[in-house]
Design a protein around this ligand. Structure first.
Ligand SMILES: Nc1ncnc2c1ncn2[C@@H]1O[C@H](COP(=O)(O)OP(=O)(O)O)[C@@H](O)[C@H]1O
Ligand SMILES: [Mg+2]
Length: 610
């Protein structure tokens, strides 16, 4: 081929190039009239070449005029070209088909002093754009495959050609450059134990020309095991022969492992629950859980046995209306509300069994909370204290009987000592008087002294007998009342033991029930004896006064206080304080003992008076 230089190009050669160029070319004058155009351009626009010459773009291609004219004007105004702008739309020639071009417009100055012209070159890129779109959607598919741990594959059953997507290769750890993918390779990768199953699924799909789904394990090169889920689809020819299998395969290892883990943890939870249930069942207390509405959410074997009901008859039932005797329900409801509000104190209340028997239960309570700390119900352990309460009552009755018997006994002994021995001593005193006048020589100093000694001893003995008898039972209490009995007691102890006892009795205090007066007298007496024996206090104070519906007795000392005891077993074996408590209990009163090493002991007793 001979190359031409510059102006040596032959006009014919240029014209030939112009005419046959694979791009549409047109030259427009300053009025935007088409001066020259090639066949490709005419073909693009869909107009005969002759019709183009002399007309404007708007005249021949009205659909594109708006898209091109602004560029043409810009070029004629600025003298600068615009390259490769896209033009998209339908042409008259092929309506309904969206086509795409890349167009460039540039100024052309043909001769040194000639007029400016505008050159237009357009190249159709519809196909390229379509390809680009395909490329993009393939890229999207690849991305989707990667995201979803998915791979796609195709098996041409006629040619035997096998295609695996890049991601499928990645999932199966196959290097598609080094390895030729094939059906054999596929079956090699399927886990040995799963091959049979997969084959059966595929065979039956082929037989019935049906789609199929199968889950199986794969053993990847290197030995790693993964689980895949495959959906396959068959492509048939017009004679209904299967010519192709294609499908999607997803790596579901993570999900399967999670499911297994879940199953394992469910098994663990079940085991834990069963074990907890066994503990609940062997517990010899009632264990009861209620929700916020007071419905039973859990009750153990002991609970069911006590209520004489089956667990399924109780679960979900309202506790109060099902298990609490009707007459006490109105007390139990506020208690339950208080418990939910956080009052966890011990409480005793009645439950009723299926056969109608009432039992007293002592409840210890706690609140059940969820992970965020919100209260979701209550958990209580209940001890059946019915028998214990009966026994306690019996013991109390017995001790009250004993105390009464003791008082009666003291009263009887006091009377015997006073009336019996007292009478003998009185008789003895008279007999000695007679001796003095008839038998004894009073001039003899020895005899006189002996006589005087006898009289003194008799006097002392009589006093002692009187005191002992009064201490056993103060006779004044029956006639003159508690106040004078206490005065006598305080003075007596003061004299005998050198203890400074002050007595304060409120002036308004009238006579009380004889039994109450005796109880208070005994308490004061026992307390003063303790002060004398244990406190080392030189003084004591006894106060007795009345409040609107109770009577109060206080006995205080300034001694060393109660000895510190650390263990229950170190409790004193004495029964003085116990007896005081017991006497107070009989009258449903209140007993309190305060003690400190520097202030001494104060016993505080209140008894209700009605
Ligand atoms: N006022 C007191 N001051 C110091 N200790 C006291 C006082 N009263 C009682 N105690 C202590 O309490 C114990 C129990 O008293 P009590 O039940 O009357 O039995 P008892 O007097 O027979 O020992 C006494 O042994 C003593 O240690
Ligand atoms: Mg005592």
């Amino acid at each position: 081929m001979r190359w031409l230089r510059g102006s040596n190009f032959s006009k014919n050669a240029l014209n030939a190039f112009f005419a046959s160029a694979p791009a549409g070319i047109a030259i427009l004058d300053s009025q935007l009239r088409i001066r020259k155009a090639n066949l490709t351009m005419a073909d693009m626009i869909g107009t005969p070449l002759a019709a183009l010459l002399g007309s404007t773009p708007r005249g021949v291609a009205p659909l594109f005029a708006d898209k091109i004219e602004p560029f043409l004007r810009r070029v004629s105004a600025t003298g600068k070209g615009v390259l490769n702008f896209p033009v998209i739309g339908e042409t008259v020639k092929s309506p309904g088909v969206i086509r795409q071009w890349l167009a460039s417009v540039s100024p052309i100055c043909p001769e040194p002093e000639g007029m400016w012209c505008i050159g237009v070159i357009a190249v159709e890129v519809t196909e390229a754009a379509r390809f680009e779109k395909l490329r993009k959607s393939e890229a999207l598919l690849a991305e989707a495959e990667q995201l979803g741990q998915l791979g796609s594959w195709e098996r041409d059953l006629v040619t035997g050609e096998e295609t695996w997507s890049a991601n499928l290769c990645r999932l199966l750890a196959i290097d598609p450059v080094q390895t030729t993918v094939s059906e054999e390779l596929f079956w090699d990768l399927v886990h040995y134990d799963d091959r049979e199953g997969v084959r059966m699924v595929v065979d039956s799909a082929m037989k019935f020309a049906d789609a199929y789904e199968v889950q199986s394990r794969f053993t990847l090169p290197g030995g790693r095991e993964r689980t895949f889920y495959t959906r396959g689809k068959l492509v048939l020819d017009p004679n209904n022969q299967v010519i192709k299998r294609m499908g999607l395969t997803q790596d579901i290892t993570a999900r399967v492992e999670m499911e297994h883990a879940l199953q394992r943890s469910e098994a663990t939870i079940r085991r834990e629950r069963d074990r907890a249930q066994r503990y609940l069942d062997i517990a010899d207390v009632i264990l009861l859980a209620l929700d916020l509405q007071g419905r039973i959410t859990m009750i153990n074997r002991m609970g069911c046995a006590t209520l004489e009901r089956e667990e399924h008859q109780l679960l979900g039932c309202d506790w109060i209306t099902t298990c609490v005797p009707a007459r006490t329900r109105r007390f139990v409801k506020p208690w339950f509300d208080n418990l939910l509000a956080g009052d966890l104190s011990y409480v005793e209340n009645l439950i009723v069994t299926r056969s109608g028997e009432e039992r007293l239960i002592g409840w210890r309570n706690t609140l059940l909370k969820d992970d965020e700390g919100r209260v979701i119900g209550t958990l209580s352990s209940g001890e059946d204290i019915t028998e214990r309460k009966v026994a306690e009552k019996a013991v109390q009755q017995l001790s009250s009987l004993l105390l009464r018997a003791q008082d009666d006994e003291r009263r009887r002994i006091a009377k015997e000592v006073h009336d019996g021995i007292g009478q003998y001593i009185a008789g003895l005193s008279l007999a000695i008087g007679r001796l003095r006048t008839s038998c004894i020589d009073e001039t003899d100093p020895d005899s006189r002294q002996t006589l005087a000694d006898c009289r003194t001893l008799i006097h002392r003995a009589s006093q002692e007998i009187r005191t002992i008898s009064y201490l056993l039972h103060p006779p004044t209490i029956d006639e003159l009342g508690l106040k004078s009995a206490l005065e006598w007691l305080v003075n007596g102890y003061g004299e005998r033991w050198g203890l400074q006892v002050s007595l304060e009795v409120s002036a308004t205090l009238g006579r009380l029930k004889p039994e109450i007066e005796l109880t208070l007298f005994r308490i004061a007496q026992e307390s003063l004896i303790n002060i004398h024996r244990h406190s080392q206090s030189p003084t004591a104070l006894v106060r007795l006064f009345q409040r609107p519906d109770e009577i109060v007795l206080e006995v205080a000392d300034r001694g060393k206080g109660m000895p510190a005891r650390t263990r229950e077993s170190e409790r004193s074996s004495g029964i003085g304080i116990l007896a005081i408590e017991e006497r107070v209990k009989q009258w449903k009163g209140h007993f309190n003992l305060e003690s400190s090493p520097d202030k001494g002991v104060t016993i505080h007793v209140t008894l209700p008076v009605t």
